[in-house]
Write a protein that binds this ligand. Structure first.
Ligand code: CO
Length: 297
């Protein structure tokens, strides 16, 4: 009988261990803080709404709070009566809701300058909540791996399939960085997109690889029609003006001048549900707990 009791105690122990939420990541009440640069263009908000819908489905019953890093945009929105806070205010909100485990998610395209600033700010802010939060995980931006770039490419091609005819080119406008830091990730992404579809062309509006290089690549390919789409989470000012605007220096005008038929699809990538799913994968898989900083070497 003794052996039986011992083994059943062992059995119960194993079962209860299996039923325990795995890892330290799930202790306490959870909350999500979605952090974007921000936008004041009303149509661009569709991207954020789609992302939020995906998050609500993936984190049922979990508070989801937004923060914009751009103070200019926060002020502009506040003047219109729209209240979106900073990272600090977002953490305050989650603390007041009794959240113990925070999942901060960057909604940036890649780990460039904006993300670096977000990470620093999040670290400084999170450290103020040592009593309130058990863990504050930081989720990485959209393009973190070859797998991510391939998934983004598949989502774009799928989305464009009903619009593009055979032989139509697709021109994607990424933001890019003057100093080139983020551009390196974009070059890798460009290579992956090119392998998926050789009629896809990517260049940057503020980065090192600009319109001219892209236009050179497009020559002698026998292309007639070009679709434009922003390679950005939201279709804001750059998409509406620099990409598809009527001014002579927009990409649309310059491509028309080069003899192409041009049409624009002004949807931010965030409007594609597959993009939200990649962000969610990053949110759920993050083990980067800011509360553990500074780490022992
Ligand atoms: Co810009």
């Amino acid at each position: 009988m003794g052996t039986f009791r011992l083994s059943s105690v062992f059995f119960v122990l194993v079962i209860s261990l299996l039923l325990l939420p795995c890892g330290a990541s799930s202790h306490g009440k959870e909350g999500v803080l979605l952090v974007a640069f921000g936008t004041s263009v009303p149509e661009a908000k569709k991207a954020f709404q789609t992302i939020e819908r995906e998050y609500r489905a993936a984190f049922p019953g979990v508070p989801i709070v937004w923060a914009y890093t751009s103070q200019i945009i926060r002020k502009k929105l506040a003047a219109q009566g729209v209240d979106v806070g900073s990272i600090g205010q977002g953490l305050d909100k989650l603390a007041s809701l009794g959240v113990r485990t925070v999942r901060i998610q960057s909604l940036h395209m890649l780990a460039g300058e904006e993300f670096a600033a977000l990470a620093r700010s999040a670290l400084v802010q999170a450290k103020k909540y040592a009593k309130q939060f058990d863990a504050v995980y930081l989720g990485r931006p959209l393009l973190e791996s070859n797998e991510d770039a391939a998934a983004v490419g598949r989502a774009i091609l799928l989305h464009m399939r009903p619009l593009r005819q055979k032989g139509d080119a697709l021109v994607l406008m990424a933001h890019g960085q003057e100093h080139g830091r983020g551009d390196l990730a974009l070059e890798g992404t460009r290579a992956i997109l090119g392998r998926q579809d050789s009629s896809v062309f990517l260049a940057t509006v503020e980065g090192s690889r600009g319109f001219e290089q892209m236009a050179d690549d497009m020559k002698s390919k026998g292309l007639k029609k070009v679709w434009l789409m922003p390679f950005m989470v939201v279709a804001g000012d750059h998409a509406r003006n620099d990409l598809a605007g009527d001014e002579a220096d927009s990409w649309a005008s310059r491509l028309r001048k080069d003899g192409y038929e041009v049409e624009a699809n002004l949807r931010g990538l965030g409007e594609l549900p597959e993009i939200g799913k990649i962000f969610i994968r990053h949110t759920k898989s993050s083990k980067d707990d800011l509360m553990l900083e500074p780490r022992k070497p």
